[in-house]
Design a protein around this ligand. Structure first.
Ligand code: ADP
Ligand code: MG
Length: 562
């Protein structure tokens, strides 16, 4: 075929394909236009999964009647005028592509009235060409109605999922913008049913409550970035580890109020929860990042859903630090009471106050230390049910789960010894044999060297048998064979997590005192003393709590004293 220029309609459809992938893309573009127009109230109505109809109505600036037709020309925009503007984009839109793209793949109607104009204007387009226009009364604002998406492009229509799935994508887009703009009243009607309505109070927590429900909202912790004067500024909310979720869909990021996807940001948040969530659980977070427009390139993708930061590692550390700090401040067991009462043993508290603000002056991406999580000095009172240690602190009662607490102690000890290459090893007088399944054998063969780092001296000894010459001192008198098998099985199930951490957790678990094991007073005192010295004493390595705390004021309240 000879080379020739494509028909403009084909060009329009190819270009539209980049912007309009599915009905939710149309909703996103129309919402962004309404937000750029300064609207305080935006309603979205969809039918048939957004294929039959999408209508977005706002009370924003409106489009001057003389410019309505122009808005549908490709690359026509009121938001940037020159190259410099492109360097410092403040608006959500800037490419001038959305309206023409939508009009290329669906029928579109717009009714709009700009400030100061007596009558509004309307315009209809079929196949991207104006089919009728005129004036029409309405209050200030704009209504864009799209119908019959992809009717003329059956190939695209085929790629859409069920109505329910498309609706859920639409609901997600509206929800994300409702989280990004709590001061705007959003409503979403799906096939005439109210799917979402936010109050537009300006308080993020109100939007969170509407979108994720009150249980999540009650467990959100506000980010209070102490480095707020610095750039980037991180704000928003994260869920306490109590409201973790099994999917990653509860992480929202806004960069200069633009909803973006970013693996780097997701990793920064997830790492901040390290050790606080159970394996396989994910946090809830709504995080806004504000920074000078020059520090971020928003023009790398036609849907504008990805951005490129000039300094990734600075953003990573800022987000990580803000989240970790919020979590550690909240997770400190004595919460509100600490602020109101003078601690009797102020050592732990003093440490917090004098700690330099971790990471504030560096771009390092290592997790910040967690000073606020330290424990005060505790006085052991006794053991309950051979499983829990009862202890008294400066301002309340602590019930400590002996197994979980010991796991935490051993976990930190193994990590410390490993980083100093100083694992305590117990050599065996007589080597012992260790039999494994074929599957376990395959794995163990490749892992002998890695296990040596933890104090295991293991070598292959023929037919599905290994010879053990030394063991980590921590578990040499425990069921180490069971522990090794558990570890090998967890790996053979295709678990590609952090192997070293898995070994550490498994060793800590097997080395720790069990529940229903009677402890002497000196043993309990020693355990509590070691727990006091842990960096993260409040959770076990699996993320479960190691203790329950009852403050003196709570006790008084319970007994009806004031
Ligand atoms: P962009 O948003 O990138 O400028 P669009 O194709 O989405 O491109 O919109 C083109 C222009 O139409 C915008 O620049 C804006 O001036 C105008 N416009 C679109 N929607 C609205 C709206 N809801 N309210 C006011 N103006 C709008
Ligand atoms: Mg736009």
């Amino acid at each position: 075929m000879p080379i020739r220029a494509l028909d403009p309609r084909v060009v329009a459809q190819i270009a539209a394909g980049e912007v309009v992938e599915r009905p939710a893309s149309v909703v996103k573009e129309l919402l962004e236009n309404s937000l750029d127009a300064g609207s305080s109230r935006i309603s979205v109505e969809v039918r048939g999964g957004g294929v039959s109809l999408i209508r977005v109505t706002d009370n924003g600036s409106g489009i001057p009647s003389g410019e309505v037709g122009l808005a549908f020309d490709r690359y026509a925009t009121s938001k940037v005028a020159n190259l410099e503007d492109l360097e410092s984009i403040q608006s959500l839109g800037f490419r001038g592509e959305a309206l023409p793209s939508i009009a290329a793949v669906a029928e579109v109607d717009v009714i709009t009235c700009a400030a100061g104009e007596k009558a509004g204007a309307y315009l209809s387009l079929q196949d991207g060409v104006i089919s009728s226009q005129g004036s029409r009364g309405r209050s200030q604002g704009t209504t864009v109605t799209m119908s019959n998406l992809f009717r003329k492009i059956p190939a695209r229509l085929k790629f859409l999922k069920s109505v329910a799935t498309e609706n859920s994508h639409i609901a997600n887009v509206v929800s994300q913008y409702a989280l990004a703009f709590p001061e705007v009243k959003f409503s979403l009607l799906i096939d005439s049913r109210v799917a979402l309505r936010t109050p537009g109070s300006g308080r993020l927590i109100d939007s969170v409550a509407e979108i994720y429900g009150t249980e999540v909202a009650e467990n959100m912790i506000e980010l209070n970035d102490k480095a707020a004067a610095l750039s980037p500024r991180i704000s928003g909310m994260v869920g306490s580890p109590r409201v973790s979720r099994s999917g990653r869909g509860y992480l929202s990021f806004f960069v200069n109020r633009r909803w973006v996807n970013s693996r780097m940001l997701a990793r920064a948040v997830e790492e901040a929860y390290h050790g606080l969530l159970m394996v396989g659980k994910h946090p809830v977070a709504v995080i806004s990042i504000s920074l000078p427009a020059q520090e971020v390139d928003v023009n790398i993708h036609p849907t504008k859903s990805e951005v490129k930061f000039r300094n990734d590692s600075a953003i990573f550390s800022a987000v990580h630090r803000a989240v970790r700090q919020a979590l550690t401040e909240q997770i400190t067991v004595p919460r509100v009471e600490v602020a109101t009462t003078q601690p009797i043993f102020p050592s732990a508290v003093r440490e917090t106050a004098s700690m330099p603000y971790a990471g504030a002056s560096s771009d390092s991406i290592t997790p910040a230390p967690t000073p606020a999580m330290s424990l005060p000095v505790l006085w052991v009172l006794g053991q309950l049910d051979n499983s829990y240690i009862i202890a008294e602190g400066p301002d309340g009662l602590y019930l400590i789960d002996q197994h979980a607490a010991h796991e935490r102690i051993l976990f930190e000890k193994i990590n410390r010894q490993r980083s100093q290459r100083d694992i305590e090893v117990q050599g065996l007088l007589e080597p012992m044999t260790f039999e494994v399944s074929p599957r376990q054998e395959a794995i163990l063969k490749t892992r002998c060297q890695d296990l040596a780092e933890f104090g295991f001296a293991i070598e292959p000894f023929g037919d599905r048998t290994f010879l053990i010459r030394a063991l980590p001192a921590l578990i040499h008198d425990k069921d180490w064979a069971g522990m090794l098998r558990e570890l090998l099985d967890s790996l053979s199930q295709g678990d590609k997590g952090d192997w070293a951490e898995d070994v550490t957790i498994t060793m800590a678990c097997h080395g720790a005192v069990r529940a229903r094991q009677s402890l002497s007073e000196p043993e309990m005192r020693e355990l509590v003393r070691q727990l006091e010295q842990c960096d993260t004493p409040h959770t076990c390595p699996h993320g479960r709590p190691t203790m329950i705390y009852l403050s003196s004021s709570q006790l008084k309240r319970e007994f009806g004293r004031t």
